[in-house]
Design a protein around this ligand. Structure first.
Ligand SMILES: [Zn+2]
Length: 372
């Protein structure tokens, strides 16, 4: 195992942070897998899974069973992890700029490709190598202006030449679910089975330029530009995995989720030995554009009437908002058929906040598809 330390841009005199990554397996293995946790720094289930993975990978490495280079970044957001306001950890948004830590990752689409055409040929593997070199060359040109940009660059760099990237997050309250690009779904379906996800949400481009999309879209831009004239290997596979809710941090969950990820890596040829066949998929994937976001039309005490993971029909009640002064009770209903996959943690809502996310099979939304 090797430990790599990438210093971030110093935000202030006397203050420096670094991104630390742990690298297991053969340095020049043909396959490279990156697993990072808690880009939203207060989403801690992934950090515990990374901790379990580190021990399992060290053991596999010591027994000579790793066939892939596996990189684990357990603390993917050291900036957010130290943002506290009146005792509360603020890990989703940078407090200085207000930017969501998992939005606006580097958009390489317009920065790569020029000059590639003369070098591409009919060797698919070589074209893939040239693509990866082009991505790295483009990243080398990026000059981060602040600590946040240097963190996003460091994360992007670590995953730029990976075959598989798993970005571990969680919801406020949520069923285990997975986001990925529609093209990547066939490859990730076994992972969804091993994990036992309650739903999988697919899209081409959510508009948020989250980390997993930044990885997928840079390759996609090259494919759309050159793919009709040159053989291009499959894109790197990047997925965002939502490991239930903020408080679903237990040794049992972490062991189970780490097991699932290692079974998937073995299936992809990254671990020698036997492969456990994936169990059946719990539910077919759904389009992210088919999801319904139900917001609070008024403030009040939030009382859920439908549990996480419930399959609901149009008109079913999901929650009441109670005003204990006027006695008014406002019941929220879903308009779609689908699964209730995330809820809020706090049981008081302000007007306009999102109360529930539903996943449905029929595309219905356009524009930005991710929550703030
Ligand atoms: Zn997150």
């Amino acid at each position: 195992m090797e430990i790599h330390r990438t210093p971030l841009v110093s935000p202030s005199l006397g203050t420096t942070r670094e991104l630390v990554s742990y690298h297991y397996g053969p340095a020049h293995a043909a396959r490279r897998i990156v697993i990072q946790s808690s880009v939203h720094a207060d989403e801690t289930p992934g950090m515990l899974v990374s901790w379990v993975l580190k021990r399992r990978l060290a053991d596999l490495e010591s027994r000579g069973l790793l066939r892939a280079r596996v990189v684990v970044v357990p603390v993917a957001n050291p900036i957010g992890l130290n943002q506290r306001i009146a005792g509360a950890l603020i890990g989703r948004f940078e407090t200085d700029s207000g930017q969501n830590f998992n939005r606006r990752f580097i958009d390489l689409a317009g920065r790569i490709g020029d000059g590639l055409e003369a070098t591409l040929g009919h060797d698919e593997q070589r074209n893939g190598l040239l693509f990866r070199q082009a991505v790295h060359a483009a990243l080398e040109e990026v000059k981060p202006r602040n600590e946040l940009e240097s963190l996003q660059l460091a994360l992007h760099w670590l995953s730029a030449d990976a075959d598989i990237v798993l970005d571990l997050h969680c919801s406020l309250e949520g069923v285990l679910h997975l986001f990925t690009h529609a093209d990547a779904w066939p490859a990730f379906e076994p992972l969804a089975c091993y994990l036992g996800v309650g739903t999988s949400l697919l899209c081409e481009d959510s508009g948020g330029h989250s980390f997993d999309e930044a990885i997928n879209l840079s390759w996609g831009a090259l494919r759309s530009r050159f793919g009709d004239r040159f053989p291009i290997p499959a894109s790197p596979l990047a997925a965002c995995i939502e490991l239930r809710g903020l408080y679903d941090v237990t040794h049992e969950f972490a062991e189970r989720d780490a097991d699932a990820i290692l079974q998937f890596i073995a299936l992809r040829g990254g671990i020698a030995g036997g492969v456990t066949p994936p169990p059946p998929l719990i539910r077919p994937p759904m389009p992210l554009s088919g999801s319904e976001q139900i917001d609070a039309p008024c403030a009040g005490v939030l009382v859920y009437r439908a549990p996480l993971g419930a399959w609901l029909k149009p008109g079913d009640a999901v929650a009441d908002i109670v005003d204990p002064m006027t006695d008014q009770v406002t019941t929220l209903h879903t308009q779609i058929e689908g699964v209730l996959y995330t809820r809020r943690v706090t049981r008081y809502v302000h007007t306009g906040v999102t109360v529930v996310l539903m996943a449905g099979v029929t595309p219905r939304r356009t524009g930005p598809l991710l929550t703030a």
